[in-house]
Ligand binder design. Structure first.
Ligand code: PXG
Ligand code: PLP
Length: 435
């Protein structure tokens, strides 16, 4: 192994395999990366579901450069800087009506922890301190910190790490190939799975439950699209029992499904929303929690000189991230990107669904500019077939993402139809070459 590669313990990576044959990226612009040998690679996953406006956008680059020169850092506790307020206003202006408050973090994982803590503290502030239980969902991904893996439902992310948070339960996931395989857009079957929440209310009693957290579209676990009516039903059950609904929109936020947020695409407004990734177009780490005004206002009851919410990060509202965020939202607005997925979705659906019938393809699913292609796993080698498809596509100059035996496509919102075709044809080639 190259000694240079030795010290870096890589995240979510097969380290030994990678270091024998590293894939190093050196440059990016628009829809493309270039590797360390100068080879061009079409990015079909927005980096890691984050560069929604494409790579190295000039306005964003310049905003970061200018901010670094003007003020590198400003302490966020009992102090602030103007761009933090400006960005919070801009983010809440994109959000559903009534979600007027923004708390900044540095990642999706931190946004999830923040939202969970807000939910529990909100109930306590209102005198319902018994509401501490958190409900997640099987196959959910909510980052990698302890709260997030506790409410999350990806076995590999949980099983090594002990007892996790106490007082957590899970809804069943909504993935049902028997009834919904090859659905275009939202699948028809499964709204009744939301009734799992009624079952958990019957088991634990609503007076012990603080919040339910779900991804409107589960990304990391393999692009699971909510059945028609499912999110509406979850909202109704939460309302009936005074339970907060948290949407984890770390992936779906900022245009992925055709509207600024999936909440708007699906017409369901949560109480809290976890954001990250697209908020700065991936250029500087940042996350945020969007809260309904009523949640924030419940904290504002004690003496005015006291801190209302004992929570925050050294780098909350970091000046470089705020500058990047403002320039990102300006870029989205100038180019109409937050609705572009809706315009491209039918053409994209037609392309990806034409993969039905290729070797080992057992499902294709899509919404906005995200698609999942599920393959039959090889006996005794789960995930290997899709990973080999990833390697094959990379070799042919297209970066896709795989999770288990599912290939996920989520190109930047600036993608051109011809590039969508190139992406899907490269996947088709890989599927045909694979064993
Ligand atoms: N929630 C959701 C819904 C996510 O998709 C996070 C939280 C955590 O965000 P941070 O910024 O802490 O990573 C995510 C992140 C994949 C993949 O393989 C997806 C994510 C992260 C890593 C891999 O699809 N999403
Ligand atoms: N650990 C120690 C010893 C610290 O002093 C701090 C912050 O001051 C943290 C962890 C948390 O770091 P951050 O605010 O960047 O999340």
């Amino acid at each position: 192994m190259d000694k240079e590669l030795d010290a870096y313990w890589m995240p979510f990576t097969a380290n030994r395999q990678f270091k024998k044959n590293p894939r190093l990226l050196a440059k990016a612009s628009g829809m493309h990366f270039w590797d360390d040998k100068g080879r061009q690679i079409l990015d079909a996953v927005s980096g890691l579901w984050c560069v929604n406006a494409g790579h190295n956008r000039p306005k964003i680059v310049q905003a970061i450069q200018a901010q670094a020169e003007e003020m590198d850092f400003a302490p966020p506790f009992q102090m602030a800087h103007p761009k933090a307020f400006a960005l919070a206003s801009q983010v809440s202006a994109l959000a559903p009506e009534g979600m007027g408050k923004v708390f900044f973090t540095n990642s999706g994982s931190e946004s999830v922890e923040t939202a969970l803590k807000m939910a529990i503290a909100y109930h306590r502030a209102r005198g319902e301190g018994s509401r501490t239980r958190l409900i997640g969902r099987e196959r959910g991904y909510h980052g990698v910190n302890f709260g997030g893996i506790s409410v999350g439902g990806i076995v590999a992310n949980r099983k090594m790490f002990g007892t996790l948070l106490a007082g957590v339960d899970h809804l069943r996931h909504t993935h049902d190939l028997a009834r919904n395989a090859f659905s275009v857009g939202q699948p028809a079957h499964g709204a009744e799975l939301a009734d799992d929440l009624e079952r958990l209310v019957a088991l634990h009693d609503a007076s012990t439950i603080a919040a339910v957290i779900v991804e409107p579209v589960a990304g990391s676990t393999g692009v699971l699209i909510p059945p028609q009516g499912y999110l509406q039903r979850l909202r109704e059950i939460c309302d009936r029992h005074g339970i907060l609904l948290i949407f984890d929109e770390v992936i779906t936020g900022f245009g992925r499904t055709g509207r600024p947020f999936a909440a708007q695409t699906f017409g369901v407004t949560p109480d809290l929303m976890a954001l990250a990734k697209g908020i700065t177009n991936g250029a500087v780490p940042m996350g945020a929690v969007l809260a309904k005004d009523k949640i924030h206002d419940a904290f504002m009851s004690g003496p005015e000189h006291l801190i209302e919410f004992f929570h925050g990060y050294t780098y909350s509202a970091h000046p470089l991230a705020c500058a990047a965020g403002l320039a990102t939202i300006e870029t989205y607005r100038d180019e109409g990107l937050l609705t572009r997925a809706g315009e491209l979705q039918d053409g994209f659906a037609e392309l990806v669904h034409a993969l039905k019938g290729e070797p080992n393809v057992i499902d294709v699913r899509n919404i906005g500019l995200v698609a999942g292609i599920e393959l039959t796993p090889r006996v005794d080698e789960p995930g290997k077939r899709a990973f080999e498809a990833f390697l094959d596509c990379y070799d042919k100059g297209v970066l896709v993402r795989t999770t288990g035996d599912i290939i996920a496509l989520s190109p930047s919102l600036i993608v051109e139809p011809a590039q969508l075709e190139q992406i899907v044809e490269t996947v088709r080639g890989a599927l045909r070459r694979l064993k």
